[in-house]
Design a protein around this ligand. Structure first.
Ligand SMILES: Nc1ncnc2c1ncn2[C@@H]1O[C@H](COP(=O)(O)OP(=O)(O)OP(=O)(O)O)[C@@H](O)[C@H]1O
Ligand SMILES: [Mg+2]
Length: 245
């Protein structure tokens, strides 16, 4: 019997920008439903790796398959249709619409109106902002905005969510809520989470992949990774400022 395909599989994945090897030789795989954290110093290639998974960048070498489908010749919207959702740090919300309207518009892209209503309400519950359904997004606090961004991704019903620094700029309390939210969402959806905040990583991580200079430095259980001398060295060498392991 054939075993189920990995949700994500990359083979010898690499991309260079001119002479700069931003990602190289990456053999990465993610199981269905898995939650993986990705860490590494500034410029390690984490965001570039996400852009290779979503098709924003095409690899210089190697390949990416999503659920067994090679994405080489697919456009970004076709890759999204395979079930890949991403939340970047670039704001994507409609500021003068309400929280629920933003979620509804996202759900409506692939669903009839009644179904979009249901999905929007479900997403509101998931991000725990039902009480703010009618608030204009422009009036929200930073943390709440980020949760709405996450809700917009969830409303697309992805199989995989990529989160690039979801806790950036958040207060301690907001970070804790975000960690809870990620654990909740992971019950039905695989995720790859990039974060610099190691306290946050400890709240959510099981397996952690460490990038350095475009390559995978190590991949192991969170406690092993955070106590590994090589990992400490690459962070110290980069003076990331404020990152403590
Ligand atoms: N479009 C691009 N053109 C040229 N160089 C790029 C481009 N995108 C990224 N790079 C370079 O590739 C390297 C990896 O960048 P990337 O943004 O993936 O790192 P990162 O791990 O996400 O870093 P950070 O933690 O600071 O977000 C960096 O040296 C960056 O300057
Ligand atoms: Mg980045």
């Amino acid at each position: 019997m054939m075993s189920a395909a990995k949700l994500v599989e990359t083979k010898d994945l690499g991309i260079h920008f001119g002479g700069l090897q931003a990602v190289q030789g990456v053999n990465f795989s993610l199981n269905q439903g898995e939650l993986r954290c990705l860490i590494g110093p500034n410029g390690a290639g984490k965001t570039t790796f996400f852009r290779l998974l979503t098709g924003v960048h095409k690899p210089s070498v190697g390949s990416v398959t999503i659920n067994g489908t090679p994405i080489k010749d697919l456009q970004t919207h076709q890759i999204a249709n395979l079930g890949v959702g991403i939340k970047t740090q670039i704001p994507s919300l409609f500021d003068n619409l309400t929280v629920r309207e933003n979620l509804w518009l996202s759900a409506r892209k692939r669903n009839a109106r009644a179904e979009a209503d249901r999905i929007a309400d479900e997403a509101l519950e998931t991000i725990r902002l039902a009480h703010a359904a009618k608030s204009e997004v422009a009036k929200l606090a930073h943390g709440q905005r980020q949760w709405v961004e996450l809700g917009v991704v969830i409303a697309g019903h992805p199989k995989l969510i990529l989160l690039d620094e979801p806790a950036a700029g958040m207060t301690g309390h907001e970070r804790e809520r975000t960690a809870e939210l990620i654990r909740d969402i992971n019950r039905t959806c695989a995720m790859i989470v990039v974060e610099h905040d190691m306290e946050f990583i400890k709240m959510i991580a099981k397996t952690v992949t460490v990038f350095n200079r475009g390559e995978v430095l190590m991949e192991d259980a969170v406690d092993k990774v955070l106590s590994d001398q090589r990992v400490k060295d690459v962070y110290l060498g980069k003076q990331t400022g404020g990152v403590t392991l």
